[in-house]
Ligand binder design. Structure first.
Ligand code: CP
Ligand code: NVA
Length: 326
């Protein structure tokens, strides 16, 4: 399935379950070879002589570190261009920037604001474009989440990727944002059940729900929505949240602190709601204290640092598959 991937990775919604699975399996392979078998660079240097432009209009720790180091591993050059280096869509149109930049590099990894910015880059670029986060999607994050879930639940019960993923219950307690949208684009397709809880003021957009419902039906999974965290975590194997204030929403912080009252993930929430005995906690990071208690975040149930490290292996797999093609 790796050889059938679309040219770009804007959202996992554009990929089939098999294509998503092939990337996650490739990431597991890279992790084994590199971390446990000591292979310090890709023997074929698939990106030798190639440059990947990293256009970041927002801050990043994990995504940047994972991507620059992955490009080095693959033998290529990472050209980091932050928002003060080039002002995407400010000095010239995104369309023009896409055409110019892609005429000189072999791939583009871009962190932008509006979803439309990533689709414009993909449309007018002549080389593969991978989304490093936009306001609707974060595909490389959810690849890392799937790898982490496979590792954790596969260890408890040996099994193939989909054998492990199918039937797991994921509870999202938090904002209506890029992370849960990307989960909805990928997880139901993989046979995972989702229970999505956001404050009523922050609903999941209808088109995202519709697609998730279709994917879920095909994979015999379920997706439900509610506004009561206690009800939402019932039977959860995985409880996941994210910041209540995404990058760019800083001015809304005070209001959001009020709107998300009662949404902090805690041991008490999981107990009252009857989460499964061995539930785990996930968070894409960076974390703020309000959305999850320290007790949960630093507990044995929390796999957040394994999840963060897996950004590296999944980005490595995605870049190897997409940027070394041509
Ligand atoms: N999870 C994630 O994308 O983190 P960064 O914003 O630090 O890259
Ligand atoms: N929802 C967060 C995710 C950061 C990785 C944001 O967009 O800021």
């Amino acid at each position: 399935a790796l050889s059938t991937l679309p040219r770009d990775l804007v959202t996992l919604g554009d990929y089939s379950a098999e294509q998503i699975g092939a990337l996650v399996e490739s990431a597991a392979d890279f992790k084994r070879k590199t971390k446990y078998e000591g292979q310090s660079f890709h023997p074929d240097e698939p990106l030798k002589g190639k440059t990947i432009a990293m256009l970041f209009s927002k801050r990043s720790t994990r995504t940047r570190v994972a991507s620059e180091s992955s490009i080095a591993y693959l033998g290529g050059h990472a050209m980091f261009l932050g928002k003060d280096d080039i002002q995407l869509g400010v000095n010239e149109s995104l369309r023009d920037s896409a055409q110019v930049i892609s005429s000189m590099v072999d791939g583009v990894f871009a962190r932008v604001g509006a979803h439309e910015e990533i689709t414009t880059l993909a449309q007018y670029s002549t080389v593969p474009v991978v989304n490093a986060l936009c306001d609707e999607n974060h595909p490389t994050q959810i690849l890392a989440d799937l790898l982490t879930i496979w590792e954790v639940f596969g260890q408890r019960q040996e099994g193939s990727l989909f054998g492990v993923l199918k039937g797991l219950n994921v509870a999202w307690i938090g904002d209506s944002n890029n992370i849960v949208y990307e989960m909805l684009a990928a997880m139901p397709k993989c046979g995972m059940n989702m229970s999505v809880c956001t404050p009523s003021k922050y609903p999941i957009p209808e088109p995202i729900r519709q697609r998730a419902a279709i994917d879920a039906q095909k994979a015999s999974a379920s997706v439900t929505y509610c506004h009561d965290p206690i009800a939402a975590v019932q039977g959860a194997d995985i409880i996941v949240t994210d910041t209540w204030v995404s990058m760019g929403q800083e001015a809304e912080k005070a209001q959001r602190m009020i709107d998300f009252d009662g949404y902090q993930v805690s041991m008490d929430m999981a107990a009252k709601g009857n989460a499964n005995k061995d539930w785990i906690f996930m968070h894409c990071l960076p974390r703020k204290p309000e959305e999850v208690t320290d007790e949960v975040f630093y507990s044995d149930r929390s796999v957040v640092f394994q999840e963060a490290e897996n950004r590296k292996w999944t980005i490595l797999a995605a870049f190897n598959a997409l940027f070394s093609k041509r």
